[in-house]
Design a protein. Structure first.
Lengths: 332, 332
């Protein structure tokens, strides 16, 4: 349980160092990102180890942390989605010089080398996603100034000095709970179509690409779920890891990065890419439903949608690849 | 040289058995296909072994055979392209039941389960490619009734009884010529970006997918060239193989198919798919330039174009896979 307290303290320290109004944050964007990350991390740890904590307190804490990290995540998500889509439009137009990084603020990409359709599609996406981002920014600012946020911050501050434990938790072993989190992850991965995903160019991700159903691809949901469970597993692993009390295979005191951790991170990154590409594809499809757009714009959005769905497929392939290596070293 | 004569005779017999007006062809379509194949095969053999043949005769023969096989190929190509595109539209709409073969004449696919955009895109492609196919059919019929065709047929008949050899050809070894054909193939394959092609989801085929240049993808041309050279190599190999005079590795008298031949066929099929997908993608892009189409139609054509470009990439991956195995067993 000391491991958890350490983890919470660490997250809180991060939060305090970069939080607004405490002086010295690198930038408001960095501060918001750090806040979002620590909220997510505390929330994940609460989720896994909830049965060791005071039930009412944990129940009241989790939705507040979820609200905070969700609200803070949106602005960044819209900005990243726009950047991803504009980058793809340039790649599809053969106009991005290889190796040249795209500017961080993609508000003014040079459009001279794009076709009319690609340029109009880019302008349409820019308009729609910038508007969404601006709204998300206002919402996040309001949230950070709200009483609700200050209440969460107070609770996290309390947490740093004393973790409210359940009466039965004294001396309890956190490892079965971490093992249960890994079990949920393993079960969810086992339910994924990994054989299909491991076969390159299986064309699975674009099935229903022209489906009349405008809702997000149902085939993506199990992958998004695994993404969340993988994160919970990683946090739980860090908690145990921090105490040094549990020697996971591949773990140890040797210098250099832990290879199991490196692979978990790679698998997580593949699933992040999966989520990003899935949402970018949906944004392109959504933009194509804008009334009165030109056929050339719609055509470019169609190509873009299919391109992002293939990124989804590529991310699944990459995850499958990581995971096959993974199971060799992180089996409990 | 007897091997060549045998090969020619075989092709001619095939041609006679299935040619129009000689009774008993299975269908006009089959007859045209067999004629096209034998013309292509004779033409390929002429190309590889030309230096052993009477120069004027060979020079006059080759363009006639190319004209014949080219003219006969078009109708089939348009029909196959339409079928491929309509099948893809159904797959992309999630409406083709797995394992159910698409009807051979795709004139009336059930469109109830397609979105408006996919249905309109299918109707547009149907209109455009059926028109092209009808024109190609008329041209082929005219060609088969023309004096030019009868002149070619007469020449092939002469060929069956006596191959016009060059004065220097008596006793010459055809194997160096076959080896030269293999050398041209090997060089052309070596120039392909096989490392990229072997890396799944490299996204190479869709670069320039939105390029303003309406011409066919220049990146496809070296692959089309390899496709032709692979066919020439296969024909030359059959000529030598037929005599039993050259024991290629993996070759032999054992029962069952020759594994080297099987892999050559697989590599050739991958390149056929590459060519078909490349041309289907171009047809979708071309259809999207039709004036006054609805945005939903253009969007569906964009998705379809990108899907076929990914088929191009998948075919390159498959070829690379075959070829790596290939070089183990067919190196001269």
């Amino acid at each position: 349980m000391r491991a958890q307290a350490t983890e919470f303290l660490r997250a809180l320290r991060l939060h305090r160092e970069t939080g607004p109004g405490t002086g010295g944050p690198e930038s408001p964007v960095d501060a918001a990102r750090a806040l979002r990350r620590s909220a997510r991390r505390i929330s994940g740890t609460l989720h896994t180890f909830q049965s060791l904590l005071e039930p009412d307190w944990a129940e009241s804490m989790r939705p507040e942390l979820a609200w905070l990290s969700g609200t803070l995540a949106l602005e960044h998500a819209y900005a990243a989605r726009l950047e991803r889509l504009l980058q793809a439009l340039h790649r599809l137009s053969g106009s991005t010089p290889a190796g040249q990084a795209f500017p961080a603020r993609p508000a003014l990409p040079e459009r001279g080398s794009l076709t009319v359709g690609a340029a109009k599609a880019g302008a349409l996406l820019d308009r729609q996603l910038t508007l969404a981002r601006t709204r998300a920014h206002s919402t996040a600012l309001q949230a950070l100034g709200s009483g609700r946020f200050h209440a969460v911050a107070d609770k996290v501050a309390v947490l740093a000095s004393e973790v409210p434990l359940a009466p039965t938790a004294a001396g309890a072993d956190p490892r079965p709970l971490a093992a249960a989190a890994l079990g949920r992850l393993t079960d969810a991965v086992a339910a994924l179509p990994l054989v299909t995903a491991g076969s390159p160019y299986n064309s699975e991700a674009l099935v229903h690409g022209l489906s009349p159903d405008p809702s997000p691809h149902p085939q993506d949901a199990p992958w998004h779920q695994v993404r969340l469970l993988l994160r919970l597993h990683r946090y739980a692993r860090e908690v145990l890891h921090g105490t040094g009390g549990t020697a996971l295979p591949g773990d140890g005191r040797e210098p250099g990065p832990d290879p199991a951790e490196v692979r978990l991170l790679a698998a997580g990154e593949a699933l992040d890419r999966h989520r990003d590409a899935s949402e970018a594809a949906a944004a392109a499809a959504q933009a194509a439903r804008t009334p009165r757009i030109a056929p050339a714009t719609a055509y470019a959005l169609g190509v873009l949608h299919a391109d992002q769905r293939h990124e989804v497929e590529a991310a699944r392939y990459a995850f499958q690849h990581c995971w096959q290596k993974e199971t060799v070293t992180t089996a409990p």
